[in-house]
Design a protein. Structure first.
Length: 403
């Protein structure tokens, strides 16, 4: 299948437009990384505590910020999880595993501060807390098997809340039929139902984050070095240099896009960037391979003409491959959920830029190098001849030269 029949687009003739396009997005990303958002590292790299909160209604970010501010929580970030009533609260760097409960309690206490009640929140109570309460009250007047009976009732309530109701109960009446009515009546005396529930807490220490940053950087550098060696061995060293510059261009624009949109860079994003390095490299090799084949068939043609023809010959293949891949990652971005949002966003940007750079960046680098090399060779041939003419020859030739 082909989209074009014998296309003849002068890609190299538009290289200055391509250069301007790349400069605009590269400089915008660099400025954002230096002066605006910086490089927005996720919890994987900087350490910290993530608290996932589910609401029974659409959450109000401004109200949540006000509640956290009043409770003295500082330097936090709030992110809505698209398509849900869930909110992700990113707390500052944590020092140890004890911060797991500390961060959760900090958020729960802040969000409950607006509810003046001495009762306990059933939406944020653990099965252990419910069991302890029932053992203390002993509404069923049980004997030796009280621990086992109350523990089973508490676990049934928590399972219903978390698995059936998604972590948030709307009212006490929803528990009718779950457990003994006498137990539920006792719970209503000392528990209330809030409009939110904390269902997950994640923590990464600063040392782990620093180690992950180092490993991610080394993985990227090693992949670029391996690519340079491979292409230098398969083609020539300039092909490897052109490919590495191209991939660096793609990575810079992709990371710049995360900085401009202030999206956190996590381990999954690094995985996406490494995937893009391989993808962009593969697309570049296809063009390079066609250039190498055409150089054997078109020995008398200018390199620019050979490169243009090679790009046009592979254009249908590039559009088919990149187009199908782009549609796949676009669907992943739109419907993959919040967990894959950063990963798919990196792939969407990277595939577009990677396909563009194979045509607009890698190929012009080859032509620019060849033009520079030809100019140096021409100067190298002219200079010795001129020097020889001035420093050699017979006396008669020198006299003629003077005449």
């Amino acid at each position: 299948m082909e989209f074009f029949r014998n296309p003849n687009i002068d890609f190299l003739g538009k290289k200055w437009y391509f250069l301007a396009f790349s400069l605009v997005f590269s400089v915008a990303g660099i400025l954002s990384m230096l002066f605006w958002h910086g490089i927005p590292l996720g919890i994987d790299f900087r350490g910290g505590t993530l608290v996932y909160v589910k609401y029974s209604h659409q959450p109000n970010d401004d109200a949540i910020r006000a509640q956290l501010d009043r409770a003295g929580v500082r330097n936090f970030k709030i992110q809505d999880l698209i398509g849900t009533n869930d909110v992700l609260i990113d707390l500052p760097q944590a020092a140890n595993e004890q911060s797991l409960d500390q961060g959760r309690n900090q958020v729960v206490n802040a969000l409950q501060a607006s509810v003046p009640s001495d009762k306990k929140d059933l939406n944020n109570a653990s099965s252990f807390a419910i069991t302890s309460y029932l053992l203390q009250k002993d509404p069923l007047h049980l004997g030796t098997d009280a621990q086992q009976r109350y523990s089973a009732i508490a676990q049934a309530i928590v399972n219903y809340r978390d698995k059936t109701k998604g972590g948030v109960l709307a009212s006490m009446d929803e528990l009718n039929g779950i457990g003994n009515p006498t137990v539920l009546a006792s719970l209503k005396d000392d528990f209330f139902i809030s409009d939110f529930g904390v269902y997950q807490v994640e923590i990464v220490g600063p040392q782990v984050g620093a180690q992950l940053r180092k490993q991610a950087m080394l993985a990227t550098v090693y992949s670029l070095a391996g690519m340079l060696v491979y292409l230098a061995f398969r083609f020539e060293w300039i092909y490897g240099v052109a490919a590495v510059i191209t991939v660096f261009h793609d990575t810079l624009i992709t990371v710049g896009a995360f900085s401009l949109t202030n999206k956190p860079i996590s381990l999954t994003v690094i995985a996406a960037i490494l995937t893009l390095i391989g993808y962009s490299n593969n697309d570049t090799i296809v063009v390079f391979d066609r250039i190498r084949e055409n150089l054997k068939l078109m020995r008398r043609e200018k390199l620019a003409d050979v490169v243009n023809r090679s790009i046009n010959q592979t254009l249908s293949r590039t559009i088919l491959t990149a187009g199908l891949t782009f549609l796949t990652v676009l669907a992943l971005y739109l419907f993959g959920g919040e967990v894959l949002h950063g990963f798919s966003f990196a792939l969407v940007i990277g595939i577009l830029i990677g396909t563009y750079s194979s045509i607009a960046i890698a190929a012009p680098i080859l032509v620019a190098y060849q033009d520079w090399k030809s100019g140096r060779n021409q100067m190298g041939r002219n200079v010795p001849v001129s020097v020889a003419g001035r420093g050699s020859g017979t006396g008669k030739e020198k006299a003629k030269a003077k005449a």
